[in-house]
Design a protein around this ligand. Structure first.
Ligand SMILES: [Zn+2]
Ligand SMILES: [Zn+2]
Ligand SMILES: [Zn+2]
Length: 408
C-alpha cells in the first residue's frame, strides 16, 4: 500500500504531460501499472479542480463504476479561451462490465480478475479495473493412513485434489498394543495397535486390529508301537499345547537275516512301510526266531533175519538228519544204536532151520575149501572164538552127540 502510494506521487508529476497527450494511458500503464494509471486519469476532476491549470481540464473521458456490473464514461469539453474554463459540452455513455481472470488463483497464490468496460462510443474507449482473487487454499482429499509392516508407526497423508504435488504427511509412532484374541495352534489371533496423536489437527490418532498367525502345533517326538506279531507299526505324535494327535498305522515286511535251525535261533528283521505323514520315519525291528524243532519221521522197527540186520523203532529228522529213540526227539542216538544184528542159530550153517549132521558136513567141506554153493558163516562160530575152524566142527559134533556142551 505504501509502495503503491509512492508510485502515485511519482505519477502525479507526469500528470502535466498527460494533458498534452504526450503520454498515452497505455504507456503510462506500462510504467506504473493499470490501476494507478487509471487513477491518474480520474484524479484531476476530483481533487485538483481549483488548480486552474490546463491540465486540470482535460478533454478526455472519465469513468465511474457502479460496482462491477456497469460503468459510465463521461467526457467534458472546456473552452480554455474563456477566462474561466467554460464547460462547453458533456457526453455520457454507459455499458456493462465484462470480466476475465488474467491470473488464476492457486491453492497458495492470489489471482487477478480484470474487469473491462467496453464502450460503444469511440471517445469512451475502454476502462479496466482489477480485482485480486484470494488464494484458493488446498482442496484436501480424504486422509489415508498406512501402517508400516511391523505396526510400529502409522503414516497419515492427504493430497490436494487440485494438485497432487501438494500433500501433507506425518508419521505417528505406535504407543501401545494389545492382544485382543490369543492365537491357538490352528486359529489366528487378533492384535490391536494404537498410534499417538498427530500434530496436524486434520489427522486423527489411529487404531488397527490385525490377524496374527496361528501358532501351528508344537509336536512331541513321535512314538511307535508294534503290534504283537510285528505285522503293523502305529506311529503317534501329540501336541504339547492342545489335544491334537496324529496317528497312522502301516504294515510291515519281514526279511530273514539268519535262518533258524532245528535247535538254534534265527534272526529276522521287520521293516515298516513308509508313512504318509512325513513326520513319521520308517521303523525296523530285529527279532530272534525260535528254533524250528526237529521234523521227525518215524521209522518202524524191523526184525532181523539170518540174512539181514534189523532195526529198532526210531525217529529221524527230515531236516537235520539227527536220530532219536523217542518221538519227542529228546534222546538222540546214533544209527548204529538202531541196528538189530542178524539172527543167529549157531550151527545151522545151511539155514535149513535145523542143526544136524548136514551142517557138520557143510562145515567140513568149507574148511576143506570145497566150492560150496552156500554157507551162512555167522552160524559157523559155535564156540564163540571169532574164527571158523575145526574146533567149531568138533563142538557141533559133541552137541549132536548130546555132550554137555552149548553152542554159542
Ligand atoms: Zn493444493
Ligand atoms: Zn496344538
Ligand atoms: Zn532236526
Amino acid at each position: 500500500m505504501k509502495k503503491s502510494f509512492g508510485k502515485k506521487l511519482v505519477a502525479l508529476a507526469l500528470a502535466g504531460m498527460l494533458s498534452f497527450g504526450a503520454v498515452p494511458q497505455e504507456v503510462l500503464s506500462k510504467l506504473v501499472g493499470d490501476t494507478i494509471a487509471k487513477f491518474l486519469y480520474i484524479v484531476p476532476q476530483s481533487t485538483l479542480m481549483n488548480a486552474r491549470a490546463d491540465s486540470d481540464y482535460p478533454d478526455t473521458a472519465s469513468y465511474s463504476w457502479n460496482g462491477y456490473t456497469r460503468a459510465t464514461a463521461t467526457k467534458k469539453e472546456w473552452d480554455a479561451s474563456a477566462q474561466d474554463y467554460t464547460l462547453t459540452s458533456e457526453s455520457e455513455t454507459t455499458t456493462n462490465i465484462k470480466s476475465r481472470v488474467t491470473t488464476q488463483p492457486t491453492c497458495t497464490t492470489k489471482g487477478i480478475e480484470k474487469y473491462t468496460a467496453y464502450f460503444s462510443s469511440a471517445w469512451a474507449g475502454t476502462d479496466s479495473n482489477y480485482k485480486t482473487l484470494p488464494a484458493l487454499g488446498h482442496d484436501w482429499g480424504d486422509t489415508e493412513y498406512e501402517w508400516d509392516e511391523e505396526y510400529t508407526s502409522v503414516t497419515a497423508k492427504r493430497v490436494c485434489q487440485r494438485d497432487e504435488e501438494h500433500s501433507e504427511t506425518e508419521t505417528a509412532d505406535t504407543v501401545s498394543s494389545e492382544v485382543t484374541k490369543e492365537a491357538t495352534c490352528e486359529e489366528t489371533g487378533k492384535m490391536k495397535y494404537y498410534s499417538a496423536g498427530f500434530e496436524n489437527e486434520a489427522f486423527e490418532a489411529q487404531t488397527t486390529e490385525i490377524d496374527t498367525d496361528s501358532l501351528g502345533h508344537d509336536w512331541k517326538e513321535a512314538e511307535y508301537v508294534w503290534n504283537d506279531d510285528n505285522t503293523e507299526v502305529t506311529a503317534t505324535r501329540g501336541c504339547t499345547r492342545c489335544e491334537k494327535e496324529e496317528t497312522e498305522t502301516v504294515k510291515t515286511t519281514y526279511n530273514e537275516i539268519t535262518a533258524a535251525g532245528c535247535e538254534s535261533k534265527g534272526k529276522g528283521k521287520y521293516t515298516s512301510a513308509e508313512f504318509e505323514n512325513e513326520a513319521f520315519t520308517v521303523q525296523t525291528k530285529e527279532v530272534d526266531t525260535d528254533p524250528l524243532g526237529h521234523d521227525l519221521e518215524k521209522k518202524n522197527a524191523k526184525e532181523s533175519t539170518y540174512l539181514e540186520e534189523g532195526n529198532i523203532e526210531y525217529y529221524v529228522c527230515k531236516r537235520c538228519g539227527k536220530i532219536f529213540r523217542d518221538p519227542e526227539g529228546k534222546h538222540e542216538i546214533t544209527m548204529a544204536d538202531t541196528v538189530v544184528p542178524r539172527k543167529r542159530n549157531p550151527g545151522d550153517v545151511n539155514l535149513d532151520g535145523e542143526v544136524n549132521i548136514k551142517d557138520v558136513a557143510l562145515m567140513k567141506q568149507y574148511l576143506a575149501k570145497w566150492n560150496v554153493s552156500f554157507i551162512y558163516l555167522p552160524n559157523f562160530d559155535v564156540n564163540g572164538d571169532g574164527q571158523y575152524t575145526i574146533a567149531d566142527v568138533a563142538r557141533l559134533k559133541q552137541y549132536l552127540a548130546k555132550w554137555n556142551v552149548t553152542l554159542e
